[in-house]
Design a protein around this ligand. Structure first.
Ligand SMILES: [Zn+2]
Length: 431
């Protein structure tokens, strides 16, 4: 049995204070898991569970716009595991699919964008748990449900793979700050949940591997930036009002830019925004087939392999091979650019007369992880097929799914590569 736990929003720096207690137990520890850009929950979780980046799984952010099927650009929030993006093309990229093809059963708890995934045998959607606990409704209650479901899934012995996500730290970090008493207290209770899961696995008398990671970090907010309001004052005002262009984001360190204009017009808008002091960089996205332009994934160490050779990138990019068989699989939701803001600046997609929603927010994420170190997460692993006590400097979220596939000894086609220094060649004897 293999178990993957996500601690949402806990940066690798914030986690360091707890790392030694896991090392002492024999866990291997990857100090820094380089996250996605935008460094947001849905993109990061889709990347972790598929082993692909957003040019293939097409989950860019927690919000999107439908540019191909709608006459105008409209904002769509994905909260509630929006079924628009939960399509067969996405499901088939998940590790759940590769496992099901080998008659291996999965249980999935509160993982984003899994609605209707037919390759998950037991699915607990975050949205349905939220409805059930509506009265109390806190993130801690949601995590109590996730813990309970995870323990039940382990004790049932019915599943080969369990993926679960805890959301409490992320929620309190946004609300009170990443280092606030409230957020740290919650993180401590989630660390307790992890120990509970580890103890349950250890007592289960069966072979297991346990992985824990975080999808991104947090950093403190100081000021705000509203690019749609800037467009409304610019020479592109008419295009904005006609819903031909729009920035979309959810109180984030970066915003997606959607446009129906020509590439040249888009580039003019990008260079205009690149002059604003709040902007780190306006990245142009490639038009589709897997080869991202401008985002420089090759420069991210550890993306393809731990040595940073970038070999993993070549095999999956280029023609988009393997994904071309699902026509219409999502280019409808593809932004043309990502506006990355400077550290501590929070972007919001409001347009007058809409009022800011996020001014009370203390911490946020979304920034490019190359620019803001705190955006990155960490990973821990222990089990029968994991080397004991390894310390790995860094790897990438895209390598999680292939690493778990390697532990299962099944093929899983994706862009990421297994973290070789984590996996043991020999299976440990289970007592
Ligand atoms: Zn998250």
């Amino acid at each position: 049995m293999n178990v993957l736990i996500s601690l949402d929003g806990l940066s690798y720096k914030s986690f360091e204070r707890w790392s030694q207690s896991f090392i002492d137990l024999g866990f291997s520890y990857c100090k820094k898991m380089i996250t996605t850009f935008p460094s947001v929950t849905f993109n990061a979780h889709a990347t972790a569970i598929t082993g692909n980046s957003h040019d293939q799984h097409l989950i860019f952010d927690n919000v999107v716009a439908d540019v191909a099927n709608a006459a105008t650009i409209e904002r769509i929030a994905l909260y509630g595991d929006h079924e628009l993006l939960c399509n067969e093309a996405l499901h088939r990229q998940t590790l759940f699919y590769s496992l099901a093809m080998h008659d291996l059963k999965s249980s999935c708890i509160h993982w984003p964008l899994t609605t209707g995934n037919p390759y998950i045998h037991y699915l607990v959607a975050e949205s349905s748990s939220k409805k059930k606990i509506e009265q109390a409704g806190s993130a801690a209650d949601l995590d109590t449900v996730a813990l309970h479901e995870t323990i039940q899934a382990i004790e049932s012995g019915s599943y080969d793979f369990i993926a679960a996500r805890f959301v409490g730290y992320d929620a309190l970090s946004h609300q009170y700050g990443k280092d606030s008493m409230e957020a740290i207290h919650c993180a401590e209770s989630l660390i307790g949940h992890i120990h509970h899961i580890y103890d349950t696995l250890s007592k289960s008398q069966q072979a297991f591997n346990l992985f824990i990671f975080s999808d991104h970090g947090q950093s403190d907010v100081q000021s705000f930036f509203y690019p749609n309001e800037i467009l409304a004052q610019s020479r592109w005002r008419e295009h904005l009002l006609n819903k031909q262009i729009r920035f979309i984001g959810d109180g984030s360190g970066s915003l997606l830019f959607y446009s129906r204009l020509t590439q040249q017009e888009n580039q003019e808008i990008m260079s205009y925004f690149n002059r604003w002091e709040q902007v780190n960089h306006f990245y142009e996205l490639g038009s589709g087939s897997g080869a991202e332009s401008g985002l420089g994934f090759g420069s991210e160490p550890g993306f393809g392999s731990e040595s940073g050779s970038g070999s993993g990138l070549e095999s999956g990019s280029g023609s988009g091979s393997g994904f071309g068989t699902w026509p219409g699989s999502g280019s409808a939701f593809r932004p043309v650019g990502i506006l990355d803001l400077k550290h501590t600046i929070c972007g919001e997609d409001i347009l007058a007369p809409e009022q800011p929603q996020y001014e009370a927010m203390k911490s946020l994420h979304g920034y490019h992880p190359d620019q803001v170190e705190e955006m990155n997460g960490f990973m821990l692993g222990i089990g029968d097929r994991i080397k004991q006590g390894q310390i790995i400097e860094q790897s990438h979220l895209v390598n999680i799914a292939p690493t778990i596939a390697k532990v299962f000894q099944i093929p899983h086609h994706c862009k990421g590569r297994e973290i070789q220094s984590l996996i043991s060649d020999t299976i440990k004897e289970h007592e």
